[in-house]
Structure formats: C-alpha cells, structure tokens
Design a protein around this ligand. Structure first.
Ligand SMILES: N[C@@H](CCC(=O)N[C@@H](CS)C(=O)NCC(=O)O)C(=O)O
Length: 216
C-alpha cells in the first residue's frame, strides 16, 4: 500500500482535483486514487476527514504529528506539499526553479482559484467534460474572459507553456482557458490549451470513463 492517497470527485469535473492528480502523475510516485461521490454526499461522511469537507484531499499516512495520517485539502497546498516532498533532481520539477517564475506560477494558481467567478459559473467544467450545453457568455462573462485572455497572453507571449519548462500552473491555466475555448479565445491561447491537453496526465484524466452526470 502506498503512503499517499488522493481523494477526487467521481465525476472528475473538479479542476482542483485535476491539479493535484496531475502533480502526482507528473512526479510519477505511487499513490492510491479514491473517488468520492459528491452527488451522494460522501464528502460529508465522518470517514472523509478533510476538515474543509471538499475535494481534493491528499492523505499522507503517518505524516501528521504523533504519526497520525495527514489529511491535506486545498489543491494548491497539495501541489506545493508534493513538490517539497519529492524535490528535484530526484523527481521532476512541479514549480519553476527561478524564484520570480515560481512566484508568478503561484500567483497564477492563487488567482485562478479566487477570481473569474463568471467563467466558473457560466462555463463550469461539466460543459466540456460532459458536453453540458452552454448559453452565450453574459457581459460579466465576456469581461472575465477578456481579463483572463489579456493576462494569459502577457504571461505566455508566443510560448506553449508558461516558462522554459512545464510547471503545474500550466495545468490550472490551461483548464481555465479551456472553459472559453469556444468563446472567441485568441488563436495563440487556443493553441496553448490544445498543446497542454496532450500532456499525459490530462489525457489520462480526460479519457477516464465517467458515470452519468448528476447535479449536486
Ligand atoms: N480551493 C479549493 C476548492 C475545492 C472545491 O471547491 N472542491 C469542490 C469540487 S470542485 C467540492 O469539494 N465541492 C463539494 C462541496 O463543497 O460540497 C481547492 O483548490 O482545492
């Protein structure tokens, strides 16, 4: 049995779960994947010990004080914990080596988790993982798309990844941009998304057979 377990949603529509999943896959370390049915409220059972009551959660067996299991929620915290637990050169880098680039990567991760609400609502991830129909973007949605496109274009220039080497923030940025892939996204950004979607971890996530979607 591996020391690590990642708890994710059974529909696999959580971009946060994907971020933590991609971190583990890119690192290539052994871990157990546990699906939780949010639609059935399994994340509210006492056995689900993440204090936030949200997925994803990483369980690191025996890593908490006194040898208890560490339950770690918040995908960015999970990404950063894994990056420290499995540092380079023995393991692939999740975050840039350069301090400024690392700060920008973390800034992007934090921003995508705390802002752009109209896109998260009007272009929820089931619209592309389940083909749920989409209405045209509202004014707020268009404004959020433009803010995202402007920032992403500045960060990326003409590159197909944020920095010289891939980093975990590329997953988060590509998935946020994927929400508006068919909403007049500038071609270089659409190309960035398409290239990032070929990353093996995302291919694996996309290809997974999903149960029929139920709203929760
Ligand atoms: N900031 C958190 C967000 C996690 C989150 O919102 N998870 C959602 C699924 S996408 C969830 O657990 N929803 C169930 C609920 O809140 O009841 C992270 O980055 O991990």
């Amino acid at each position: 049995m591996s020391d690590l377990a990642l708890y994710i949603d059974a529909f696999r529509t959580s971009p946060y779960a994907l971020s933590a999943f991609a971190a583990l896959e890119e690192l290539g370390v052994p871990y157990e994947l546990v699906e939780v049915s949010l639609a059935d409220g399994e994340h509210r059972l006492p056995s689900y010990a993440a204090l936030t009551g949200r997925i994803p959660a990483l369980v690191h067996r025996g890593a908490a004080p006194g040898g208890a299991d560490l339950w770690l929620a918040e995908s960015q915290a999970i990404d950063e914990y894994l990056a420290e637990l499995f540092p380079p050169p023995a393991h692939p880098r999740l975050y840039p080596e350069d301090r400024v680039e690392r700060a920008i990567a973390r800034q992007i991760q934090a921003w995508l988790r705390s802002d752009l609400m109209p896109l998260r609502e009007e272009r929820s991830t089931p619209t592309f993982w389940y083909g749920i129909p989409r209405a045209p973007l509202s004014e707020d949605g268009i404004a959020a798309r433009d803010t995202l496109a402007r920032a992403a274009s500045t960060w990326l220039g003409d590159r197909t990844q944020l920095f010289e080497h891939w980093c975990i923030a590329d997953v988060d940025l590509a998935i946020m941009l994927r929400r508006v892939l068919h909403d007049d996204l500038p071609a270089p950004l659409a190309h960035y998304v398409e290239m990032q979607l070929t990353r093996p971890a995302i291919v694996k996530w996309d290809a997974h057979e999903r149960p029929p979607f139920r709203r929760y």
